[in-house]
Design a protein around this ligand. Structure first.
Ligand code: ZN
Ligand code: ZN
Length: 142
């Protein structure tokens, strides 16, 4: 499946299925998205390919490790490699369509007063204890 930013300059392709998503409700994700949260998933680098537009990506990193990569023409957040891992963070709004659902909400202690977090899914006050096992839980297709 393919993903693109609003101006169409940054394009990428994900092979295989995307079935599980998470929403991060931390303040950084609220500001970055301009909304309640970022809805995203993690894809192994072997299933991710840039098609076009990487020269239009601006990188911003916070000391904490938070990374915001965005198209410098239209401002859309775009995928970026998760720290030193072999996984890419994929902002799901860029994907054309996927039969996927949100399975976890994280950093809910920081959520906005007007944010509605509900559902019979994993709801965490903070970050997952183990980022590695959280990433693998997003990969399984059960
Ligand atoms: Zn763009
Ligand atoms: Zn966040």
């Amino acid at each position: 499946m393919k993903g693109t930013c609003n101006c169409g300059n940054v394009n990428f392709e994900v092979s295989g299925e995307i079935t599980k998503l998470y929403q991060c409700h931390c303040k950084l994700c609220q500001r970055q998205s301009g909304s309640t949260s970022n809805t995203a998933t993690m894809i192994h680098e072997s299933n991710f390919k840039w098609l076009n537009g990487t020269d239009s990506i601006t990188h911003w990193n916070k000391d904490s490790g938070f990374t915001s990569d965005f198209c410098n023409r239209c401002g859309c957040p775009v995928p970026n490699r998760l720290r030193e891992t072999s996984y890419f963070w994929i902002p799901m709004g860029l994907i054309d369509s996927a039969n996927a659902k949100v399975v976890a909400h994280i950093c809910c202690e920081s959520k906005a007063e007007w944010d509605l977090v509900q559902g019979d899914v994993l709801i965490l006050e903070g970050m997952p204890d183990s980022v590695d096992s959280f990433i693998s839980s997003l990969q399984s297709s059960d």
